[in-house]
Design a protein around this ligand. Structure first.
Ligand code: DGL
Length: 272
């Protein structure tokens, strides 16, 4: 059987944390990374135009990359558009949503923090995960305005402002009735890029949930069930990053992608 072609999609570099886990889980797979960096950050977008944009951009990317599986390695996109994408395109999709179910199973204090983008914390989808799986817990949701951007800057080689970082994460560390937050969900794929720094500014120790390993296992299951198209010389090769904005041809950005295994880049024209 030929190697599967897997297209990973995010608004920016966060999905690289998922790509890293998928590469570990499926070393033989051809990974093509894509970022709608012209639309980054997705966190502040209104829902309707964002769904339309994601549908249009992913349509263009599927035409270009001809994947066997698409991984929407972005909570902000998955929580709003995964149903729409599945009904629009025939290729199988794996999404990324905040790991509220495992957090509810893990917490001892019953107090959970969810760090995500402002978009993800407002989604109906996120609230229904809480009602279904964490109804017995106290859940502190925080839409961090700048955390994804701070993660991108770190990957580009810039120093992290630790005081700013501390302010971004502080709202999920809470005390209630003698207990305190003991599990924090990293509900945006960018945040694992900052895990060392987040641990340093955390006011006390907690378990952080990075769902990338679980997503990679789900991708492996879907790949197993999917027929692979086989090699095609006209489509992007393993290690290519498809970008929607030419501005990301900055050498720092390209070096950041290369450091995570995506050394070849291509600009994909935005659909109109
Ligand atoms: N990496 C994305 C997520 O998982 C979103 C970052 C952004 O565009 O704000 O939610």
């Amino acid at each position: 059987m030929s190697s599967p072609r897997i297209l990973l999609f995010d608004s920016g570099m966060g999905g690289l944390t998922v790509a890293r886990a998928v590469a570990r889980q499926l070393p033989e797979a051809h990974l093509i990374y894509s970022a709608d960096n012209a639309g980054f950050p997705y966190g502040a977008w209104k829902e309707k135009p964002l769904v339309e944009r994601i549908r249009n951009v992913i349509g263009k990317l599927i035409d270009r990359a001809k994947p066997d599986v698409v991984v929407v390695a972005c909570n902000t996109a998955s929580t709003i558009a995964i149903g729409d994408l599945r009904s629009t395109f025939s290729v199988p999709f794996v999404g990324t949503v905040p790991a509220i179910k495992p957090a509810a199973a893990m917490t001892k204090s019953g107090i959970i923090g969810v760090l995500a983008t402002p978009g993800t914390v407002n989604r109906e989808y996120t609230h229904s995960l809480i009602h279904t799986y964490a109804y017995h817990c106290k859940v502190f949701l925080h839409g961090a305005p700048r955390l994804a951007e701070i993660a991108e800057q770190k990957l580009r080689g810039h120093a992290v402002d630790m005081a700013e970082l501390a302010d971004e994460v502080a709202p999920v560390f809470r005390k209630r009735d003698g207990g305190k937050t003991d599990v924090v969900v990293l509900g945006c794929t960018h945040y694992p890029l900052l895990i060392d720094e987040i641990r340093q500014v955390a006011p006390w120790e907690v378990n952080f949930i990075d769902p990338s390993g679980a997503i990679a296992r789900r991708v492996a299951d879907v790949v197993e069930e999917t027929a692979h198209k086989g090699p095609d010389t006209k489509v992007p090769v393993h290690g290519t990053v498809l970008l929607t904005a030419a501005r990301s041809e900055s050498s720092e950005t390209l070096a950041a992608y290369a450091s995570m295994g995506f050394a070849k880049h291509e600009i994909v024209d935005l659909p109109v």
